[in-house]
Design a protein around this ligand. Structure first.
Ligand code: SF4
Length: 382
């Protein structure tokens, strides 16, 4: 099925309004991380390597809903950490839906069966279940046997209860194209609404640093996968076709990280969902005070291999809006899987990586210590 028609129309109208208003940078998808705590410890994840004091932090329902208002993006993705470990997730979802947003909860589904009665199906709400391939691939990716089977059982249960269900799949350099294609076939046969797929970002804090894809491997991998499924037309992707065409090496994009701004327990993360190089206290400060030109392919070493949807999907949506005729060939023929690749942005002038993680953690811990310190007694009012 892919992205529902009404969602495409409503998001398209939002994009049109931004262009009419002459906005150079605008958010499309708010990445809202109400906690970092997770009940898994995946080898390719760089999001949960924090001390307990930080893992125990939660954004309140009020903070989440105020972030939704501040940002104004038409789509809100609740991620983490594992969002189902946040006790107030149902209220956050309900409150965000009440604001007219499309809401996706990204989950590993381990708690889904237990908690599903706390949620109600809605046409603007979907579960996005994390599955990095078939049972062998996924259990290897999440470093725990049996997770695939539990996630698929929860997926079927959610479907049976009338929820919209998609999957999100992150691929690494050990992915076998035919096996990935067979997995997509299987998911399609299960009747899922869509597939979101992306190469893994090489998080500096991820335990496994050996299996991240570089740009040329990413493009060839996606070409090989699409070639197994009628040039990609066999599957219901829940993504912009031009982003997938970018993954297949058929277009050159610079990232537009403001398209998927991230709000975490640290604040508004700059520059993007993947990189925490600093934090802004408000969305306005994030948009106006970030040195956006300091980031992106060819500008910064940590961006060199990034082709992740949270950085580039907004670039492709903008391109689809400005040159919609490009979609026609893809809709008719699928993605090109042979022939020369689009030119690559040169990496020769990128600035070296700045390692700031420890400083941010220390600052946050100091802030938490200040907040929990006993306050001096003030004299009682007379
Ligand atoms: S390329 Fe863009 S989206 Fe990717 S890590 Fe760099 S700033 Fe973030």
């Amino acid at each position: 099925m892919g992205i529902p028609f009404l969602q495409m129309v409503q998001v398209g109208a939002y994009v049109a309004r931004q262009h009419i208003m002459g906005r150079k940078r605008y958010p499309l998808v708010l990445m809202l991380e109400p906690l970092f705590r997770c009940n898994l410890a995946c080898a390719g994840c760089g999001k949960i390597d924090y001390p307990d004091e930080i893992l125990n932090q939660r954004l309140s329902t009020e903070e989440c809903l105020s972030a939704v208002d501040e940002c104004g993006a038409p789509v809100v993705v609740l991620a983490g950490g594992e969002p189902l470990m946040h006790h107030d997730l149902p209220a956050i979802v309900e409150g965000t839906l009440a604001k007219g947003k499309y809401v996706t909860v990204c989950t590993n589904a381990l708690l889904l069966d237990k908690q599903i009665d706390r949620f109600k199906p809605h046409r603007r709400f979907n579960w996005s279940i994390h599955l990095d391939g078939d049972a062998g691939m996924h259990d290897h990716s999440v470093c725990l046997d049996g997770v695939y089977d539990r996630a698929v059982a929860a997926l079927k249960n959610a479907q049976a209860r009338g929820f919209r269900v998609t999957i999100n799949c992150t691929l690494f350099n050990n992915a076998d194209p035919e096996r990935v294609a067979a997995f997509f076939d299987k998911m399609k046969a299960l009747g899922i609404e869509g597939i979101t797929v992306s190469p893994g970002y090489a998080y500096e804090r991820a335990p496994d640093q050996q299996h991240f894809l570089n740009r040329s491997r990413t493009k060839q991998l996606f070409r090989d996968i699409f070639a197994c499924g009628r040039n990609g037309k066999a599957w219901p992707f829940f993504q912009s076709p031009l982003f997938l065409d970018f993954l297949a090496g058929n277009r050159t994009y610079q990232c537009t990280p403001w398209g998927n701004p991230a709000r975490t327990v640290f604040g508004w993360q700059r520059p993007c969902y993947l990189l925490g190089e600093g934090y802004a206290p408000t969305f306005k400060a994030l948009m106006e005070e970030t040195d956006w030109d300091a980031y992106g392919t060819g500008r910064y070493e940590k961006c060199a291999d990034c082709m992740v949807h949270s950085g580039f999907e907004a670039s492709s949506v903008r391109d689809s809006f400005e040159r919609p005729w490009q979609l026609l060939g893809i809709l008719l023929k699928g993605f090109r899987t042979k022939g020369p690749m689009a030119p690559e942005i040169a990496l020769t002038s990128q600035r070296p990586a700045d390692y700031v993680f420890s400083r941010h953690v220390e600052e946050k811990l100091a802030e938490l210590a200040r907040e929990s310190a006993p306050r001096e007694h003030l004299p009682a009012a007379e």
